[in-house]
Design a protein around this ligand. Structure first.
Ligand SMILES: [Cu+2]
Length: 127
């Protein structure tokens, strides 16, 4: 089989597109451990823009957590963030930092999401 350069270009573009799609759905998410502040609070900044960055946050059980959600957009989708497992629902005003503070009392993986459950992140609580 002989391929001319245009066919090769299409083939290469297709393979790149497929890899990009696989990466998008199955690639490693941005996993970040919260840092420990002087006051003993596990603190991390989360940027909200079409998603959460980082979207996998690792914390320790039984230590106070402070998640500083900075919402860098006005899209109504992300105007609320909900930690259902911890009974937290908070409005995130645009272009402001909204701290969410709680102490995770149980270990495991807990999803947090926008009010419509479309944009999601994961809080990993380690023992
Ligand atoms: Cu949404």
């Amino acid at each position: 089989m002989n391929l001319d350069s245009a066919e090769i270009a299409v083939l290469v573009a297709s393979v790149v597109a497929i890899i990009a799609i696989l990466w998008y759905f199955f690639g490693e998410r941005e996993k970040v451990a919260a840092g420990l502040s002087d006051t003993g609070v596990q603190q991390i900044k989360v940027t909200v823009k079409g998603g959460y960055s980082p979207d996998v946050i690792v914390v320790k059980q039984g230590v106070p957590v402070r998640l500083d959600f900075y919402r860098d957009e006005t899209a109504s989708c992300t105007e609320q963030v909900i930690f259902g497992d911890f009974g937290i629902a908070r409005d995130l005003p645009a272009f402001q930092t909204t701290p969410i503070e709680f102490t995770p009392d149980k270990a495991g993986e807990f999803t947090f999401a926008c009010g419509m459950n479309m944009v999601r992140g994961k809080l990993v609580v380690e023992r």
